[in-house]
Unconditional design. Structure first.
Lengths: 215, 215
DNA sequence: TAAAAAATCCCCATTTAAGGGGATAGCCAC
DNA sequence: GTGGCTATCCCCTTAAATGGGGATTTTTTA
């Protein structure tokens, strides 16, 4: 019996998935979570084999959930649930070692296939998603502002702007009349929230997520 | 007499243009607008022959203004005013049937030339803009020092791409099967050529100079 | 072919960034 | 009035990047 955690901010989707596997012999929807933090908590404490994970969550991003869970419990398999419009994020998810991708409108068979595949260590990427990735690469990214940017606090945006202007941590501290340790803390938050690994990732995220237009 | 509408969110630029053509025999700055909506309104109601149009407007973008005006009054000629960093948008503007393209620091003669050209149905794209488009980069952001244009080598572009993808120096070295010291050398060249102070500046330059499209 | 440019490698040293913690005070909402 | 978030500050340690040199080989090009 494969014990699955379903994570999505819409209860209706969770209920739908639960209904699909209600009397399934192999797959049991053991737990559910509406937020990223809840998801991490459940994944780390409960006995979970796999996660069906939405990318857009109200608190922390699916990227971060994926990263955290894989760090603490690498044996847990993670399948991302995405919509077409998010297909551009796929490459990012791969970096965080997600095991599979599904479109949200995938049927039971598709989900079953995906879960079985990742449980034996395979990767599963639905054709629809990879198609979106390939075609999405040719057309310019839509300048719609991502949720990730909007989740940044005022101070964090301020600091991100200064980072882009090539200010070092110490220079930012002087500019804002705060301690450099505080700036370091904010930088850590930015890296976490934007799922970036370093300064280059922060600047990249700022451009691609449209920070420079909205603010 | 050619009746011109000047659109820019900075009053100072509008005033500058007005001053340039104050007593001109052929060109009359008939109207001005600080926002996109205002611009569309004036263009459609007043007697206007040509528009000098900024791309970055507070409400709707210059692209939208261009599109709307051309739909309603195709006989009005539109010349886009842009800064270097926006030169990559030229192809987009062409799609919206803009008639000309000028840098914001263009002088009176250049503007005069452009207006005259578009009024007889010609297109006018200032050399500086098309140069930026063709070579993909160029133009130091701080034109104070030498205006010697140094373009990046293939290897440098390659490494810059990997930096943007959040690779560290060591990871780049592994990826390209070269020593990390070599990557460091290339990074130094990139910092020098792009007048950047750090990694953030490299990523910023890549986005603003359009390096991501050429390669 | 000779000069220039590109690509490769290394040394030194210093500065900056990142990752792991933890802590306190204020503010707002439930 | 507790819980969550923001913003502030600190510790320690390691990783990564920068700045200054110098050097060789290959490739391009004038």
């Amino acid at each position: 019996m494969i014990r699955v955690l379903v994570v999505d901010d819409h209860q209706v989707l969770i209920d739908g998935v639960k209904a699909l596997f209600e009397n399934d012999a192999d797959i049991n929807i053991q737990a559910e979570a509406l937020t990223g933090k809840q998801a991490v908590e459940i994944a780390c404490s409960d006995e979970i084999d796999a996660i069906l994970l939405d990318i857009n969550l109200p608190d922390i991003s699916g990227f971060e959930v994926c990263k955290t869970v894989k760090e603490r419990k690498p044996e847990i398999k993670i399948i991302a649930l995405t919509m077409h419009s998010e297909a551009g994020y796929i490459s990012k998810m791969i970096k965080y070692k997600v095991d599979g991708y599904l479109l949200k409108n995938a049927g039971k068979e598709k989900m079953f296939e995906a879960i079985k595949a990742v449980m034996v260590g395979d990767k599963f990427f639905s054709k629809e998603v990879t198609d979106s990735l390939i075609t999405g690469m040719h057309q310019p990214r839509k300048p719609k502002t991502s949720d990730f940017i909007q989740k940044l606090t005022k101070r964090e945006k301020e600091i991100l702007h200064l980072i882009i202007e090539e200010y070092t941590t110490d220079e930012i501290a002087s500019e804002l009349f705060i301690a450099s340790t505080t700036v370091i803390t904010h930088r850590k938050s930015l890296l976490r929230k934007l799922s970036a690994k370093n300064t280059a990732g922060l600047v990249k995220a700022a451009y691609e997520f449209g920070l420079l237009k909205s603010n």
